[in-house]
Design a protein around this ligand. Structure first.
Ligand code: 1PW
Length: 215
């Protein structure tokens, strides 16, 4: 069925897309990964204008990946595994300092990958939270444990300010648009292992090739 653009967003679409990422031999498909991220950016944008700067960076990285997919070597970018192999074998990645390839696929995807870890930690907190827990606290705690470790002071500051504007838990659940709070929690319980698998497969791959620190 054709999904109309103005149909109301549901976070479930995001998780459905991430679920489609993993192939039978445990590779991660870039088209679906990027589609999952597109949904996340829509979600971030629906959280208000302060999230615009966060969404904007993710959106520009999504675009870089889409351009590779549509480019003449697009087939090499079918999965994260094939991309890593292709870019490393052809010396298309700046491994130690920024030089000739400031927008390599490996480097760009690594940024999204790190952000996905934040999302995973945050959603897990959200899932196990109770009514009075503050989304801003859950969000900044998970950020500090993950993505913040890679961000300079100014970005950490700005992110912290953005988190303060997050709606309270109940409203947040409404924006996710999957049903009652109980249904959201149940959905998160099903969806998180999927996000987690995608994260772990990517993490293992990057770790195996020793490219977790691409500048
Ligand atoms: C409500 C929970 C939502 C979680 C979604 C995660 C969105 C992640 C986007 C964070 C971006 C913050 C601002 C941008 C910083 C960039 O400098 C940074 N990008 C990321 C994704 O960390 C690093 O990219 P760069 O500067 O090395 O190209």
């Amino acid at each position: 069925a054709v999904v109309s653009e103005n149909q109301k967003f549901s976070i479930k679409e995001v998780f459905d897309t991430f679920q489609l990422c993993v192939t039978e031999n445990k590779e991660v498909k870039i088209d679906q990964y990027v589609a999952g991220w597109r949904g996340l950016v829509r979600f971030l944008n629906s959280l208000g204008t302060v999230f615009y700067f966060i969404a904007k960076d993710a959106a520009s990285k999504i675009q870089i990946m889409v351009n590779y997919r549509n480019g003449e070597n697009g087939a090499q970018y079918a999965t994260i595994q094939s991309m890593v192999k292709y870019e490393l074998e052809n010396d298309l990645v700046d491994l130690t300092e920024k030089a000739s390839f400031p927008e390599s696929g490996c480097r760009t995807l690594l940024r999204l990958h790190r952000a996905l870890h934040w999302l995973e930690l945050f959603l897990e907190r959200l899932r196990t939270s109770t009514e009075d827990d503050k989304t801003s606290v859950m969000c900044s705690e998970s950020y500090n444990e993950s993505l913040a470790l890679f961000h300079p002071y100014m970005i950490r500051k700005a992110s912290g300010l953005a988190f303060c504007t997050l709606p309270r838990r109940y409203t947040f659940f409404e924006v996710m648009n999957v049903g009652t709070p109980d249904q959201v929690v149940a959905m998160l319980g099903e969806a998180l292992p999927l996000v987690s698998e995608v994260y772990q497969l990517t993490q293992d791959l990057y770790s195996k090739h020793n490219i977790l620190d691409i500048p």
